[in-house]
Design a protein around this ligand. Structure first.
Ligand code: NAP
Length: 248
């Protein structure tokens, strides 16, 4: 899919045309973004689609591909001077390489395991709950996450981020993380605290991909013209209180 650039809109390229790529392409025109080109597995084999010609007048590339593809995509797109929104998960063990590529090329990157504003609020609520229970070691923390069978990485990036957010309040306490991949389960994350007497559970359940697509397009508009590396949560801190009013 190739369209001429449109000056009044934010011109973007999509990498990956799976479930998320399609959701973003469908929403983009309503959110001030023009999808100039889609690079899928076929048109981007060995990164052959990442060329100066294909990225001419493109302000931001959005990558929702696969853990094995994303790092090389980032490296090559950054070298072309194009900013990035990366929603693909399962690559943060190679964060050092990505940081070097972004810093040396002087572009901007927003990344995150979960672009849902509701999940960002869930992280904050989870941290508050962990803080309340920090002085009650009888309550043993745990995280569970469940997703549809085609999700490739486990545990999910969201579960790992959830653990990172609550661990400082639960020093010395192990937080086991368990994953389920089956059927069509919508992304579901739970933080639980279990004691001999009772259980506390905080849960977030996604209803669909619309929330992620909304967040990805918000991040694309936010990062256009910026330099440096940002997490998705950073894009909301600059939004003011309105951002927390909806589960985008
Ligand atoms: N941050 C968030 O909010 C968020 C939300 C949902 C999903 N995700 C993550 O986003 C990624 C994609 O999710 P999804 O549900 O859209 O998965 P998906 O339906 O499997 O789509 C990924 C697509 O990318 C294609 N692809 C693989 N390598 C590529 C390359 N080098 N260049 C271009 N396209 C390539 C795949 O093709 P093949 O099928 O032929 O391999 C597939 O069509 C996953 O890592 C997922 O965990 C993040």
């Amino acid at each position: 899919m190739t369209e001429p650039p449109q000056p009044s809109l934010l011109n973007v390229v999509l990498l990956g045309y799976g479930k998320m790529g399609k959701a973003i392409a469908a929403l983009a025109p309503q959110r001030g973004c023009h999808v100039v080109r889609v690079l899928d597995e076929e048109s981007n084999r060995s990164c052959q689609g990442i060329t100066p010609e294909n990225f001419k007048n493109v302000k931001v590339a959005l990558d929702f591909t696969a853990p094995g593809a994303v790092v090389e995509n980032i490296r090559r797109i950054a070298a072309l001077g194009c900013n990035l929104v990366v929603g693909t998960t399962g690559w943060t063990d190679r964060f050092g390489e990505v940081r070097a590529a972004i810093e040396s090329s002087g572009v901007g990157l927003v990344y995150g395991a979960n672009f849902s504003i509701g999940v960002q609020l869930f992280y904050r609520a989870a941290a508050a709950l962990a803080k309340v229970l920090s002085d009650y070691p009888a309550y043993e923390p745990y995280i569970t996450e469940s997703h549809h069978r085609s999700k490739k990485d486990a545990p999910s990036g969201t579960a790992l981020e959830l653990k990172r957010q609550v661990q400082p309040f639960l020093k010395g306490r192990e937080i086991p993380v368990s994953s389920v991949r089956a059927g069509y389960i919508p992304g579901t994350h739970e933080l639980g605290f279990d004691s001999e007497a009772d259980t506390l559970v905080l849960r977030h359940t996604a209803r669909g991909r619309q929330a992620f697509a909304e967040g990805a397009l918000h991040a694309a508009r936010w990062v256009a013209g910026k330099r440096g590396i940002y997490q998705f949560a950073d894009t909301l801190d600059h939004e003011g209180s309105n951002a927390s009013d909806s589960d985008a």
